[in-house]
Structures are given as structure tokens and as C-alpha cells.
Design a protein around this ligand. Structure first.
Ligand SMILES: Nc1ncnc2c1ncn2[C@@H]1O[C@H](COP(=O)(O)OP(=O)(O)OP(=O)(O)O)[C@@H](O)[C@H]1O
Length: 310
């Protein structure tokens, strides 16, 4: 069978709300079969982008397509795209089963879907309970069940890990993995990298509405400069030597002197530092590589966007 490729393609997407540019010439794609994390601090433009993909907000410029079509051009869109933008939007006096039945009927989905999804989402035991008694984790599950009623190939989830405890996050990870393994396109937004780091394969990172980085999470390693900590009684002389480097151009990109007098060197490996020190007859008492954590990298790459007026 020829299964269409439901890739999400965002091209030059821009949204201005009066003087505020929420999304600015943003381009990226999201592939089927993997989980993609859509990352950026609060206010970076994630929700606005997702709403444009879903046809809920009209772009000022650019396009967002799913399987090559804009949302508005999709036939029976709820069978192609499922979304959770607000995981608490339930009638408080409806039971989980009532809620799903209403949405199943509205969407014209098969009758068996409600029980099947209650089961799959681990909600069968709570199906009769009113949603106002639900925990955050149960609400997330019910939202996911609602989004999956049409058995969509594409899933867009806005901050699904918000408020989940570690067990809830582990459950979400397993569940989204199953969906991706079934060949679905899964886009998950978050403003906390550490919450989705264990969940996602690819990332799209934005800052102030523009793209910062995109690609497999493991390739983020190359954006992760390691710093070498150097302790030396000859620190000031060593700093000059490291910045000057070798005659064939191997030199430190930066050397900072910390409060403790230790040097923090970027752009040179420990062996290169040791060799340069030795050639200059300078003493080294300690050499230590410090890896930037991904969380720190995320913070650095997306810094200064929070609360900015744009
Ligand atoms: N309807 C609107 N009218 C005016 N400004 C808006 C509107 N919607 C969003 N914005 C602004 O656009 C920017 C991006 O907001 P958006 O909600 O898309 O960011 P986000 O990355 O999803 O952040 P959060 O994680 O806080 O939801 C913010 O400055 C926000 O105040």
C-alpha cells in the first residue's frame, strides 16, 4: 500500500501580533517515525507555530503543511492530525467515557474507538469518573486519547510533560515511542529540555520566533563545546601562550581566569594544552575537561528571549 508521507514542513513561517513578532521566518521539517522535540523558552513562539500548523492562526507570511497540504486543505483532518494544546479542557462533570463518546460522535469515528483508547491509555478503571477528579497525569492521558480518536498519522502535543511526575514522564516516553514506531509523526513542545531529553529523537530549537538549531538530538554534541580547566602557578604566562598557540595556528578560542585563579580554556584539548605548557616550560598542576550539559547549552542558545518585547 502506498502510505502518504505525513511530514510537517514549515517554510518561512511568520506571525506578527501588532508590534510583536511571535514567529519570524521560521523553517523546519518534522519527520514521520521519530519523536521531535519543539524547544524554546516561554514566549519563544512554540504555541503560535503549532496553532499555525493546525490552521488555528493565519500566518502573516510563509506556509505550514502536513503531507504537502495546508491543514485547511486536508480531507477529514481529524483522521490525519491529532493535537493537544490544552490538556485541561474538559467538562468537569463529564466522565472520561462521556467526554470521549462526545468527541467520537462529533468526529464520526468508529464506535469501538472509545473503549479501545480508554484501554490503551490506561484509563479503563477510571472511565466512569468525572474529569474534575482527575490528576494532571490522567488529564494528559485523556487529552491524548481525544487526539487519537481519529487514529491520526500526525500528533502535535503542546507541553505534554508539564506537571507530570517522573513516572508520568516515563509513561509518556513509552507511549510516544509506540506511536512513532507505528510510523506516526510526533511533535512535542517543551520549555524544559531535561523533561523531554529522554523522550525525543530530533529537536527543533527556537528563540524569539527564530530557529536556533534543528536535527538529531545526538548531533547537538557538536554544539557542545567542552571547556578545559587548567590550574597552574604560571597561569598568566600560560594564558598568553595558549592564546598565541602554535606556529601552525592551533590556539585557544578563549581563556578566562576564574575567581580561584584557574583558567577555563575553550578550543584546545588537554593534550594540546599540556604540550604548549611544556614547550614554554610552564608548570601545570591540574587539567580537567568539563562538558557543557545539554541543559546549559539549551539555556545559552536560547538565552535572553524570556520576557522580551518584540
Ligand atoms: N493572540 C496573541 N496576541 C498578541 N500576542 C500574542 C498572541 N499569542 C501569542 N502572543 C505573543 O507571541 C509570543 C509567542 O507566544 P507563544 O505562546 O507562541 O510562545 P510559546 O513558546 O508557546 O511560550 P509558552 O511556553 O509560554 O506558551 C509571546 O510574546 C506572546 O505574548
Amino acid at each position: 500500500m502506498n502510505q502518504p508521507n505525513y511530514r510537517i514542513e514549515v517554510t518561512g513561517l511568520t506571525k506578527r501580533f501588532g508590534p510583536v513578532t511571535a514567529v519570524d521566518s521560521l523553517s523546519f521539517s518534522v519527520e514521520p517515525g521519530v519523536i521531535t522535540g519543539f524547544l524554546g523558552p516561554n514566549g519563544a513562539g512554540k504555541t503560535t507555530t503549532m496553532r499555525m500548523i493546525l490552521g488555528l492562526v493565519t500566518p502573516t507570511a510563509g506556509t505550514a503543511t502536513i503531507g504537502g497540504k495546508r491543514y485547511g486543505e486536508l480531507r477529514r483532518p481529524s483522521e490525519i492530525v491529532g493535537a493537544v494544546l490544552d490538556a485541561s479542557a474538559f467538562h468537569p462533570n463529564h466522565s472520561a467515557r462521556d467526554h470521549l463518546r462526545i468527541y467520537r460522535t462529533m468526529g464520526g469515528h468508529p464506535a469501538g474507538r472509545v473503549e479501545e483508547l480508554l484501554d490503551r491509555l490506561g484509563l479503563a478503571h477510571a472511565a466512569h469518573r468525572k474529569t474534575r477528579t482527575f490528576s494532571t497525569g490522567m488529564k494528559q492521558r485523556l487529552s491524548l486519547a481525544t487526539a487519537l480518536l481519529g487514529d491520526p498519522q500526525v500528533l502535535l502535543l503542546d507541553e505534554p510533560s508539564n506537571g507530570l511526575d517522573p513516572e508520568g514522564i516515563a509513561w509518556l516516553r513509552r507511549f510516544l515511542r509506540e506511536l512513532a514506531d507505528e510510523g506516526r509523526t510526533v511533535l512535542v513542545s517543551s520549555h524544559v529540555l531535561s523533561e523531554v531529553q529522554q523522550i525525543v529523537d530530533d529537536i527543533v530549537m527556537i528563540r524569539r520566533g527564530t530557529l536556533v538549531a534543528a536535527g538529531p538530538l545526538r548531533e547537538m554534541e557538536r554544539f557542545r563545546p567542552s571547556t578545559v580547566l587548567v590550574r597552574s602557578p604560571d597561569a598568566e604566562a600560560l594564558k598568553k601562550v595558549l592564546l598565541r598557540g602554535t606556529s601552525d595556528g592551533v590556539a585557544a578560542q578563549s581563556v578566562e581566569t576564574g575567581h580561584d585563579g584557574a583558567l577555563r580554556v575553550q578550543g584546545l584539548a588537554t593534550a594540546q594544552i599540556a604540550d604548549l605548557a611544556s614547550a614554554a616550560r610552564l608548570r601545570v598542576h591540574e587539567l580537567l575537561t568539563e562538558d557543557t550539559s545539554l541543559e546549559q547549552l539549551f539555556f545559552e542558545l536560547t538565552a535572553d528571549s524570556e520576557g522580551d518585547a518584540r
